[in-house]
Design a protein around this ligand. Structure first.
Ligand code: NIG
Length: 382
């Protein structure tokens, strides 16, 4: 395998040490970071790339997406912009379109979105089932997702299918559906929210999934305060996602647990909610991740940079905190220590910005700054 030395890095974010190194270089070998140091001291390698003073940082780790779907919901979005509230009910529209699509169409759509994300610097992503909601359709979604990522989450408990009895559906999800899907996924998730699954129903699904050996994630506190955060912490979930409406007790619970608070600001903007209290969470000592939540209903974007920009401009995170949240903390939310940072030994997943500093992610909002991406040591975007 070819080794590469990247020199002339004007500003390097590795996360260890925290902060930014200037005039730096990196060596990539065997798909890993093999050396980090000053540009002048860089050793030789098979390939030498000088990035001309640009900033280099880890590839984004997007720990929350819903990419197995068909169709879009432009009409729902337009109605929302005209004043209609977002409700979980729109999920049923995508469920119908997804069930009607064949495997090739679902895989092609997922590939399109994964490529779009990669071109913008996302080198690791999680994605969920949840637009099938039958045993066969959830299993199919898990299999298709598994072609593209190791981080697949079972979200059979996304919505009670219209016309179905809720208790029977919960029994199906926690029983036959989980049995079928568990061998194909790493995680299980529940949409614990008014209009979706209540606390008891969520606990039933999550505890069944934990007994199968799956890691837990929770959609919680998206549309109002509720039991999601509390339940996620109680069950030791790796992450509770959304966290838009938090009580003081929720913030305290997150601060004293290993459950990551994953914030999805693009979703909150697209659904006209408040932005989550990222500053308060960090000040309290919680681990905060930023993710994109790409899905056709509440957040149809593959841009992690948009979340970083929003977190700095509107949620009062520093640039370093926001970049950490979208890389290293995303990896923590996936219980991974091989991605999201650029220490020696890390997976060689990185991006180059056409800017001298990560500050430009907030200073130049909306400008597509990622100009080159390496994944597992291979240059995949120029
Ligand atoms: O994370 N909140 C639940 N699930 C998705 C939205 C899905 C949809 O509206 O299609 C979310 O925002």
């Amino acid at each position: 395998m070819t080794s590469t030395v990247i020199t002339g890095i004007g500003e390097l974010t590795t996360h260890s040490p925290l902060g930014r190194l200037s005039d730096a270089a990196l060596v990539l070998a065997e798909g890993r970071v093999a050396w980090v140091g000053r540009s002048a001291d860089a050793p030789d390698a098979d390939v030498r790339v000088d990035v001309g003073g640009r900033a280099v940082l880890p590839g984004w780790v997007d720990s929350h997406t819903h990419l197995v779907f068909a169709g879009d919901r432009t009409a729902e979005f337009e109605a929302r912009m005209a004043g209609q509230p977002y409700t979980a009910g729109g999920i049923a529209t995508t469920v119908a379109a997804t069930r009607a699509a064949d495997d090739d169409a679902l895989a092609a759509n997922l590939r399109r979105l994964a490529d779009e994300a990669l071109a913008q610097g996302t080198t690791t992503f999680e994605t969920k089932t949840g637009y099938g909601l039958t045993v066969a359709d959830e299993l199919r979604a898990a299999r298709i997702a598994g072609v593209f990522t190791d981080e697949v989450t079972f979200l059979g408990a996304h919505l009670v299918p219209p016309g179905t009895d809720a208790d029977s559906y919960v029994a199906l999800v926690a029983g036959e559906m989980l049995d079928a899907v568990a061998p194909h996924v790493r995680w299980a998730d529940v949409f614990c929210e008014r209009g979706a699954f209540d606390e008891d129903q969520s606990r039933t699904v999550l505890t069944a999934a934990a007994r199968k050996g799956l890691g837990l994630r929770v959609h919680g506190n998206q549309l109002g305060e509720g039991p999601g955060v509390r339940l996620a912490v109680e069950l030791g979930a790796a992450s509770v996602d959304h966290c838009t409406y938090l009580s003081a007790a929720d913030v305290d619970a997150l601060a004293s647990s290993a459950t990551v608070a994953t914030l999805l600001p693009a979703c909150d903007l697209s659904t006209r909610q408040s932005l989550p209290p990222g500053r308060a969470l960090l000040d309290a000592g919680a681990t905060v991740a930023l993710a994109g939540n790409c899905n056709p209903g509440s957040s149809y974007t593959t841009s992690m940079a948009f979340g970083v920009t929003t977190a700095v401009l509107q949620m009062r995170l520093t640039v370093e905190e926001a970049v950490y949240a979208a890389t290293k903390a995303g990896a923590i939310a996936l219980r991974r220590d091989d991605v999201g940072h650029l220490d020696v030994g890390a997976r060689a997943d990185l991006q180059v910005l056409d800017a001298p500093s990560v500050t430009h992610l907030a200073y130049r909002p909306g400008v597509p700054l990622t100009v080159a991406v390496w994944q597992r040591g291979e240059r995949v975007v120029r």
